[in-house]
Design a protein around this ligand. Structure first.
Ligand code: F6R
Length: 341
């Protein structure tokens, strides 16, 4: 059933071009379209990996579609419910996460129109929410979310595209090709560095900040290497004290308004002797020269870079966990769906 792969997680990582494509192809039905188009503000509630996709949505939707977006952790939202306006979206792969469901119910009780983004037809979130946008990831067996994460991004990027009147139709319908390309990327040197480390930092700016948080979560949960995801500019406000030659920093640095400041952040980390693994666009020799290990991702649209960088970080966590002989598909102390608060 693992189709020749050593683990379900690896199989599911490799299924991402297809699950992303299927989710895009399925599109958005008329009821959901209307709901999304009518919203003048969006609040997303989610936990764990789904919280990271929700946060990535905020970083993409606010500048690209000029709509205010708020992102809340399900577990906090229930007890500290902010004043709410506009559309509430629950993002949950399983559709059964207790905290996310509780938050969704609170939003509903406050008369917000509610939308569930989930991989599970008929799950609890679909019964609570007014409408559902179904991801087409197919069953995910590995405890760590991989293809459900990129399928959530597919669904959320579709919402961005809808609000931008189809400006990204072409980008989204070809994104699976770039995801396929990075699956073949050689990351052995980076894996060797991370599997020797006790701590690893993941940093990025803008949409790459939640991508970094997700990279760190994957690393922690399956390899048990302590990892932290940070907004790159925050490292100097404390965590710099932890940088040593044994503490790798994985930095996502692609062209755009934050490229220059990211490059100077990387130089500051190098000055503190931390080995830097950088994800940058193919052909960026300037970046490759200032870092220890350079991992190229295709030079494409920001939306696609968010996907490809995330997939490289999944592979980094996966291969690091394998090098450390961890139980990749069933990490200790974790369950696939968290149905208690
Ligand atoms: C991490 C992971 C968890 C889930 C979280 C929410 O790999 O899978 O962090 O993302 O438990 O689960 P869902 O999306 O089912 O609500």
């Amino acid at each position: 059933r693992k189709g020749g792969f050593a683990h379900y997680m690896l199989k599911e990582i490799y299924e991402q071009p297809q699950s992303f494509y299927e989710t895009i192809r399925a599109g958005i039905d008329e009821h959901v379209r209307q709901m999304v188009m009518e919203a003048d503000e969006i609040t997303l509630v989610a936990c764990g990996t789904s919280y990271h996709t929700a946060l990535a949505f905020k970083y993409l939707a606010e500048p690209l579609c000029n709509i205010p977006v708020r992102v809340e952790m399900g577990s906090e939202f229930k007890y500290f419910t902010p004043p709410l306006r506009g559309l509430a979206i629950a993002v949950s792969q399983s559709g059964e996460t207790a905290d996310t469901i509780a938050a969704l119910k609170m939003a509903k009780a406050r008369n917000c129109p509610t939308l569930a983004i989930t991989n599970m037809q008929g799950s609890t979130v679909t019964r609570v929410a007014d409408e559902t946008l179904l991801m087409r990831a197919g069953p995910e067996i590995g405890v760590a979310a991989t293809k459900s994460y990129t399928a959530q991004l597919a669904a959320l990027m579709e919402i961005v595209n809808l609000r931008c009147e189809g400006a990204f139709d072409d980008v989204l319908s070809h994104a699976h090709l770039a995801i396929g390309d990075v699956l073949l990327q050689d990351i052995n040197e980076a894996v060797a560095l991370c599997s020797k480390a006790e701590h690893v930092f993941f940093v990025g700016r803008g949409a790459f900040y939640p991508v970094s948080m997700e990279g760190a979560l994957k690393m922690k949960e399956i390899s048990y290497v302590h990892a932290e995801g940070y907004a790159a500019g925050e490292l100097k406000h404390g965590p710099f004290a932890l940088l040593t030659p044994e503490t790798p920093v994985v930095a996502v640095c692609t062209p755009g308004p934050t490229y220059g400041v990211m490059a100077s952040n990387i130089k500051e980390m190098k000055a503190r002797k931390a080995p830097v693994i950088a994800l940058g666009v193919a052909g960026d020799t300037e970046l490759a020269e200032i870092v220890d290990i350079f991992i190229p991702i295709p030079n494409t649209h920001l939306l696609v870079q968010v996907l490809t960088a995330s997939v490289v970080l999944q592979l980094l966590a996966y291969h690091t966990a394998c090098a450390l002989q961890r139980d990749v598909d069933k990490p200790r102390n974790l369950a696939k769906s968290v149905t208690v608060e």
